[in-house]
Ligand binder design. Structure first.
Ligand SMILES: NC(=O)C1=CN([C@@H]2O[C@H](COP(=O)(O)OP(=O)(O)OC[C@H]3O[C@@H](n4cnc5c(N)ncnc54)[C@H](OP(=O)(O)O)[C@@H]3O)[C@@H](O)[C@H]2O)C=CC1
Ligand SMILES: CCCCCC(=O)/C=C/[C@H]1[C@H](O)CC(=O)[C@@H]1CCCCCCC(=O)O
Length: 370
């Protein structure tokens, strides 16, 4: 015998309170009154603004009971949650007291919206939570709150948070559109063993470029050169960066895909060729600092070498979203694009996975399997 909270429409018809707390077993109660039990969602509430590196106590884990879905809505259950650096970068803009931000791959359990049929998987901007009721409408900035996964064939649905989703499109559009790489050119990428960087380097190889990846461990470097086909690897934690840059690129650098910012990026820019192109994707080296770190002025090489440096947010290419996914899927099928995932198990380990990713503990895409 267990005690459960039921919203009971049949009891309601019998003029009894619509919310009944029962000491019947669940099975007896369901049989007796055809009750519908509403799911509880677990959610991480952003409780305190981060002070430098995030702490577990900056979050509160709560349970919220979900009501019935209305016309136009659907109910989902999270399968994979994404763990991304932007969660740290955007945190100062977020209000506390709300579910922490993030994307997830979720399965549709119930639906009153034809565009989101039961059984399909969606990528939803639902935050750190297990169950969600959504209407799938775009946010005021035009970003869809949910999109149904296209057919991935045999590939796992988790890829919709990585190579076949936002990070994949970041690499595809952010690199090709802003760097405009040409065959034979020298490309540098930082954060090279992460979700985005590992794809940028491989796309550069597909386009016939020479590629140098910069990352923070030799294990990552081995993966980049031995498995992904990068030409060289630099360990920014243990190598003499300037000396290694000159060794790897004696004729200078044509394209730089910048994931990290700071002094590493300044040193790379001082070694770029005339009319070189820099795609600024992020600045992960500063995300955990309350005050942005200082780095050597980059205006000298930008001016003297007439470099073009442009930042982007991947949603710039929302109108071409499925083109990026389809191209990356084809490259995977052709064996030209490889991916890796670092998966943490259990919703209760969200914070651990987040902290680990911020310390560079992941290779490829960081995810939590619920
Ligand atoms: N503009 C846009 O639209 C988007 C931007 N981004 C940005 O792209 C970047 C990469 O994201 P993503 O690939 O998902 O992240 P990942 O966490 O997968 O990879 C980033 C890697 O950066 C490295 N890193 C961490 N701290 C430092 C540091 N201080 N100096 C140098 N390297 C560091 C880490 O590995 P290690 O230190 O071991 O090398 C880490 O694995 C981020 O800056 C993110 O904000 C991502 C998506 C969209
Ligand atoms: C210097 C900070 C750069 C951060 C770059 C970055 O990682 C951007 C990531 C975005 C990506 O292009 C698509 C996204 O979903 C990420 C942004 C999500 C922002 C949510 C903001 C919510 C809010 O302001 O309320």
């Amino acid at each position: 015998m267990i005690s459960i909270l039921f919203l009971c429409s049949d009891l309601h018809k019998m003029n009894m309170n619509s919310v009944c707390v029962s000491l019947f077993s669940k099975r007896h109660l369901e049989k007796f009154c055809n009750c519908k039990k509403f799911l509880s969602a677990k959610a991480y509430i952003f409780d305190k603004q981060f002070d430098n590196f995030p702490k577990a106590t900056d979050f509160k884990l709560v349970e919220e009971e979900l009501g019935p879905i209305k016309d136009g809505e659907f109910l989902t259950e999270a399968v994979y949650l994404s763990v991304d650096p932007y969660m740290r970068a955007y945190a100062p803009r977020l209000k506390t007291g709300k579910t922490f931000l993030g994307s997830q791959v979720a399965r549709i359990l119930e639906s009153k919206n034809d565009k989101f049929p039961v059984g399909k998987h969606v990528v939803g901007e639902f935050g750190w939570r297990t169950h969600t009721i959504s209407n799938g409408k775009p946010s005021p900035t035009g970003v869809p709150q949910a999109w149904v996964l296209p057919d991935f064939g045999d590939l796992p649905v988790s890829l919709a948070l990585g190579v076949l989703g936002m990070p994949g499109n970041t690499a595809y559009f952010g690199f090709l559109e802003l760097c405009q790489p040409k065959k034979g050119e020298m490309v540098f990428v930082t954060g090279a063993a992460g979700a985005v960087g590992s794809l940028v380097g491989q796309i550069a190889k597909i386009k016939g470029c020479k590629v140098v990846g910069i990352a923070g461990s030799d294990e990552k470097g081995k993966w980049l050169t031995d498995e992904l086909g990068f030409d060289h690897f630099i360990n920014y934690k243990s190598d003499d960066l300037v000396q290694k840059i000159r060794e790897c690129a004696p004729n200078g650098i044509d394209c730089y895909f910048d994931n990290v910012g700071g002094e590493i990026s300044s040193k790379i820019m001082f070694n770029m060729n005339t009319f070189g192109r820099i795609s600024v994707c992020g600045a992960i080296s500063g995300y955990n600092e309350n005050k942005p770190p200082k780095a050597t002025l980059v205006q000298y090489p930008i001016t003297m070498n007439q470099l073009r440096m442009e930042g982007f947010i991947v949603h710039r290419w929302l109108d071409r979203w499925f083109e990026g996914i389809e191209q990356n899927r084809k490259w995977i099928q052709e064996g030209k694009l490889k991916y890796r995932e670092t998966v943490t198990h259990g919703f209760e380990n969200m914070f651990n996975a987040f902290a680990d990713m911020l310390k560079g503990g992941n290779i490829g895409k960081a995810l939590v399997k619920v």
